[in-house]
Design a protein around this ligand. Structure first.
Ligand code: AMP
Length: 400
């Protein structure tokens, strides 16, 4: 094995990692440290079909990465195959429109974006700092969720609020899930090369959900905004609502602004509507058992997704492809069916039989051959995209 890349997603209370080899195509080992900063933090590592779990003491990011390093020391062939580390970074502000090799000035710039992602960026920086001290000889790369959407025009990314707020506080649409959209755009380009010169809509539907319009391989609009709260109804997030509701809810329930925002982030969406669960699979089971509120939540999710897709489509010259991805997009035939039903006025139709026989982990065309707009299910792979960016930047560095 050679050219293995360690991909790290360091969050506020968890740290996920995966080591990918063979140009990002094969997972060697993967794991997650959870409960960081709380009692009983744990590190789980999955290797060769076996999962091992250990308790972290102290329960923090440092112990998690030290645990990963200890495991690597016991698997010297894997450690010696590592050529680089790729870090997922949520927010790159207006500074980063592509992935970058990490150095001190990059770290400083990521830190400058902390205002925009106060929960995420400090956790990423912690992961980067620790990885640099534990693996000093490995080049490290930052891959930003926001970078792909830096091609949006001002008409799309500005809000209809005083320009001063953009100029002074960088208030604008940034968009997220960019690494997933870039992966899907490239993957569709491998299957249908002409798609790289066409208009593509992508619905990334997971616990977090958004849509993206891609013209000629570049993002032209997306549904998440200044934060990942905007746009679609999600697992626990409200998506777009009338902004006046924030003051109204705060007043009625006697809440602070941050308590109100917490409701919109953590208690809304599928969970809030169904009063049962944020999980699409659980809601589909409940729907089948006759729970009308679960059906309502799923149908509202689909309706809003369809609306957001058509809103983003206004930035395309033609709609040639619609791609479903993410845990829900890849697995829920009910949601795909419903969304495309809502889109029938736009000549977007699927073959119901093909929709019900999608093979897991494979790209599938679910529209009929006579349809002008091709509808796809394509599994996303953000970790692979991070590994490929890391390999690419390391190779370019070694050529310089
Ligand atoms: P993600 O955030 O991309 O991991 O997606 C998580 C979401 O995908 C959850 O709402 C899951 O319930 C949903 N999901 C995963 N598998 C299925 C499935 N077979 N049917 C319906 N929803 C699924």
């Amino acid at each position: 094995m050679n050219d293995a890349i360690l991909v790290i997603n360091s969050g506020s209370s968890s740290l996920k990692f995966v080591i990918l080899a063979e140009e990002g195509n094969s997972i060697t080992v993967e794991g997650i440290a959870e409960g960081l900063g709380f009692e009983n933090g744990q590190l789980s590592i999955k290797f060769n079909g076996q999962k091992s779990t250990s308790t972290l003491s102290p329960s923090d990011h440092k112990s998690a990465l030290m645990g990963i390093n200890e495991w690597l020391e016991q698997h010297a062939d894997i450690k010696s195959a590592l050529t680089g580390i790729g870090h997922r970074v949520v927010h790159g502000g207006e500074f980063f429109s592509s992935s970058v090799l990490i150095n001190n000035s990059i770290i400083q710039t990521i830190n400058e974006c902390t205002d925009l992602a106060p929960l995420h960026n400090p956790a990423h920086l912690k992961g980067i700092d620790l990885a640099q001290s534990l693996f000093p000889s490995l080049p490290q790369v930052a891959v930003f969720d926001t970078a792909f959407h830096q091609t949006l025009t001002k008409e799309q990314y500005l809000y209809g609020i005083p320009m001063r707020l953009y100029k002074e506080h960088h208030v604008r649409k940034y968009g997220f899930h960019g690494t997933s959209y870039r992966y899907i755009s490239q993957k569709l380009g491998e299957i249908q090369p002409e798609s790289l010169h066409q208009g593509v809509l992508v619905a990334h539907l997971g616990n977090g959900a958004s849509v993206c319009a891609i013209q000629n391989g570049q993002s032209t609009d997306t549904s998440m905004g200044f934060t990942p709260l905007d746009g679609l109804i999600m697992g626990t997030r409200s998506g777009s609502i009338d902004p006046s509701l924030i003051a109204f809810i705060a007043e009625k329930d006697d809440l602070t602004l941050s308590e109100t925002t917490n409701i919109l982030n953590k208690e809304s969406g599928l969970l809030g509507i169904s009063e049962l669960s944020n999980d699409c699979r659980t809601l589909e089971e409940a729907m089948q058992a006759g729970n009308n509120q679960a059906t309502l939540a799923l149908d509202m999710f689909a309706s809003r997704a369809a609306k957001q897709l058509m809103s983003a489509a206004t930035t395309l010259t033609t709609i040639n492809h619609l791609v479903f991805t993410g845990g829900i997009g890849e697995n829920s035939q009910y949601i795909r069916n419903k969304i495309t039903d809502y889109l029938s006025a736009f000549n977007i139709q699927i073959d119901k039989a093909k929709n019900s026989t999608v093979v897991k982990d494979e790209a599938s065309l679910i529209s009929n051959d006579d349809q002008a707009i091709q509808v796809w299910v394509i599994p996303t792979n953000e970790e692979k995209m991070i590994a490929l960016d890391t390999l690419d930047l390391i190779t370019k560095k070694s050529l310089n």
